[in-house]
Design a protein around this ligand. Structure first.
Ligand code: SAM
Length: 240
């Protein structure tokens, strides 16, 4: 099968490709064969955290050079990446877990490269895991319709976001941390008590579990068993 990446390889003096590569969200086996090949073949892997990603790369015997690209990376960093692509290098962008750009760094870089390289900018997605689709693949949201809001703001705008969940026609999916999961359930209990909520915790990991109920029921469960407040969460809020 001829793909855009094969076509590019045959062009001489062409600008390199930026591969945006999805990596596992816990279980290291959740990575595609194509992702592993690309991570081996590129000249540099841009990582949100090089030390974190080295665990994955070493697990698969991948010795490709790594460099950091994260939310605080500046213009000089992006210019350096653009120059490498102009020189014809193929690069990969990965985040700590899941699909880059989905509540993860990458959007400013892609905007910068599009502006700097114009039509020469070749970006290729290497699809795979995201906590969002992993949760949705086992949670039967009504009609399969949902709206994804990423992380709810910690302070300013938080109440508005929670009230908007109640107004939404569709199920609302968000990411939440272990520090705020009980707070979120309390807020839902206050502003949207009749909601039906799923919490998908530690997906693909040892303590994976999916629980559903009203905000009050789930809050009581987590308060009675503090170990269930640990880890990473996807929260899905639906009308009954
Ligand atoms: N780019 C990632 C993706 O594609 O899913 C998301 C990155 S975001 C910084 C991290 C958040 O995703 C966590 O705080 C949690 O809400 C969610 N998440 C990541 N891994 C998860 C897992 N194994 N189980 C449940 N939620 C997870």
């Amino acid at each position: 099968m001829k793909t855009r990446e094969h076509k590019n390889k045959t062009q001489e003096n062409s600008v390199g490709i930026l591969y945006v590569v999805a990596t596992p969200i816990g279980n290291l086996e959740d990575i595609t064969l194509r992702a592993l090949r690309v991570l081996k073949e590129v000249s540099l892997v841009l990582c949100e955290d090089t030390r974190h990603s080295r665990i994955l790369l070493s697990h698969y015997g991948i010795t490709t050079k790594t460099e950091s690209y994260h939310a605080r990376s500046d213009d000089a960093k992006m210019r350096g990446i653009a120059n490498r692509l102009i020189e014809g290098e193929n690069l990969a962008l990965i985040s700590d877990a899941g699909t880059p750009l989905i509540s993860d760094p990458g959007s400013p870089l892609l905007i910068y490269l599009r502006e700097t390289l114009g039509e020469d900018f070749h970006v290729v997605p290497i699809p795979g895991v995201s906590a969002l689709t992993t949760a949705l693949s086992v949670v039967p949201v009504p009609s399969g319709r949902f709206s994804f809001i990423g992380f709810i703001p910690h302070k300013k705008g938080r109440q508005t976001a929670i009230k908007a969940m109640k107004e939404s026609e569709d199920s609302v999916v968000c990411y939440e941390s272990s520090h705020r999961i009980v707070k979120l359930l309390s807020e839902l209990e206050e502003f949207f008590p009749e909601a039906h909520v799923w919490i998908a915790r530690e997906l693909t990991k040892q303590f994976e579990e999916i629980k559903e109920g009203s905000p009050a029921e789930l809050k009581a469960l987590l308060e009675s068993k503090p170990e269930k407040q640990k880890g990473e969460f996807v929260v899905i809020v639906s009308k009954k």
